[in-house]
Design a protein around this ligand. Structure first.
Ligand code: COA
Length: 174
């Protein structure tokens, strides 16, 4: 029996879906759900070090995602924050597939370079690109933050909980 368990663990397909997630949008969540259908386990990796100046701290970003997961039916998705290189985090988690969403042709060049450089640094790492659905291909966390800051309606782009978090951050009354 233990051998069976060990074999199952060795062959189970884990993937990492990394990002800044400042904050997570319905577009990100769509990728999470689809990745969870493909892989045995999906780890949402929240990057602590980002070239972006973030609104939420890395702990807050991970906490928001944990709440979203709690409210979902997804059983095979977890969230972890990571610092340093993504490939090192992937190796540490024994998850050699990286999932990224592709919203438009303009994303392609960046994603292609990122996947290539990660593979060059560790040739065990492969990247799977999932095309965003037509309902989410135009969403970005930056747009969402800008809209809420200027008093617009973001209910089509983020969950109610994320909307509340954003309003609280910008001190906007609901
Ligand atoms: N739906 C909605 N929005 C989406 C999306 C989707 N399916 N896919 C991407 N986006 C948006 C995000 O909201 C984000 O918008 P923003 O720029 O306005 O914040 C943008 O597209 C891209 O963000 P994200 O997917 O979070 O990726 P990122 O570029 O912020 O993160 C890391 C890139 C974290 C994966 C990368 O920097 C990394 O691996 N960092 C660790 C250090 C490292 O190893 N670097 C690699 C070697 S250089």
């Amino acid at each position: 029996m233990w051998t069976l368990v060990r074999v199952a663990l060795m062959t189970s397909k884990k993937a990492i879906y990394p990002g800044t997630f400042d904050p997570i949008t319905i577009g990100h969540f769509d990728i999470v759900k689809r990745a969870a259908n493909i892989f045995d386990h999906v780890i949402i990796g929240v990057a602590a070090e980002s070239t972006k100046k973030t609104l939420f701290s890395v702990q807050e970003r991970a906490e928001i995602i944990a709440e979203e997961l709690k409210n979902s039916a997804l059983q095979n998705v977890s969230v972890k924050l990571f610092g340093g290189l993504l490939i090192d985090f992937a190796a540490q988690e024994s998850a050699f597939t990286i999932v990224r969403g592709l919203r438009a042709a303009s994303d392609f060049e960046y994603e292609f370079q990122l996947s290539y450089i990660n593979h060059k640094m560790n040739n065990k790492i492969e990247t799977v690109l999932l095309p965003a659905t037509e309902n989410s291909h135009y969403i970005s966390s930056t747009f969402v933050k800008e809209i809420v800051r200027l008093g617009g309606d973001i209910s089509k782009f983020v969950s109610t909980d994320v909307e509340e978090r954003l309003k609280k951050k910008f001190k906007i009354n609901s």
